[in-house]
Design a protein around this ligand. Structure first.
Ligand SMILES: NC(=O)c1ccc[n+]([C@@H]2O[C@H](COP(=O)([O-])OP(=O)(O)OC[C@H]3O[C@@H](n4cnc5c(N)ncnc54)[C@H](OP(=O)(O)O)[C@@H]3O)[C@@H](O)[C@H]2O)c1
Length: 187
């Protein structure tokens, strides 16, 4: 293995990357109408809390376009990474970095900036890219009490299977459960 590859692996291990995502009971992250009227206040609260705690948030451009500027979780401090191929993308928010870098390069960049943890908040394309890169350590599923006949699945174009270990189950309200799983790296 080349020294540069070894250094990259070492840097990647220095940052813990989580996913925080709301899902229907049948594993969809968005309904066909693409209207987020099924999300509980507890999801919103937990979303803000984990973003404030990690101070490094990763999302895809589609998700960014839905939540920016008013609902960006990091308004003044920390780092907000938005994946996009649009080199002209600009934001009025000082924490936002637009990038077309690969997930491993993003992990390395965040670690170099001093971040020890980061959270991916969606969507499917972005979560799939980081899962494919084997860069995700744990996932918070906020399971909302809905079934979608069609919509957007959690992952797309992920070929391998991952085993998970349950870390915690938290009842957030009468109908919503948070499942926290660790991804087993060695299967
Ligand atoms: N349930 C939840 O908790 C939750 C949370 C967030 C979002 N969502 C839902 O998820 C949906 C959006 O998900 P999505 O999968 O369509 O989109 P996404 O992952 O948010 O964004 C996809 C876009 O990000 C850019 N991108 C992604 N990977 C890239 C890479 N490796 N390199 C360069 N650019 C990359 C591309 O933007 P360009 O085209 O600009 O290049 C791509 O079109 C929405 O319906 C939203 O409501 C749900």
């Amino acid at each position: 293995m080349l020294r540069s590859q070894m250094n990259e692996q070492k840097t990647q291990k220095m940052i813990k990357i989580s996913i925080y995502i709301a899902v229907s009971v049948n594993g969809m992250i968005s309904n066909r109408r693409n209207v987020p009227d099924w999300l509980s206040p507890e999801y919103g609260q937990g979303f803000m809390e984990i973003c404030q705690k990690t101070k490094a948030v990763i999302m895809g451009r589609t998700t960014y376009d839905i939540i920016a500027p008013d609902y960006l979780p990091l308004q003044q401090e920390g780092t907000t990474v938005v994946l996009t191929t649009d080199e002209r993308a600009k934001s009025g928010n000082p924490t936002v970095i637009f990038t077309k870098d690969k997930p491993a390069e993003i992990a390395e960049m965040l670690a170099k900036k001093g971040h020890t943890e980061a959270v991916i908040i969606g969507g499917t394309v972005t979560m799939s890219a980081f899962i494919n890169g084997e860069l995700v350590d744990d996932i918070y599923f906020i399971m909302e009490p809905v079934l979608f006949g069609s919509g957007l699945p959690l992952l797309k174009n992920v070929e391998f299977e991952s085993k998970l270990s349950l870390l915690a189950v938290t009842k957030l309200n009468n109908n919503t459960v948070q499942l926290h799983y660790k991804i087993q790296k060695e299967v």
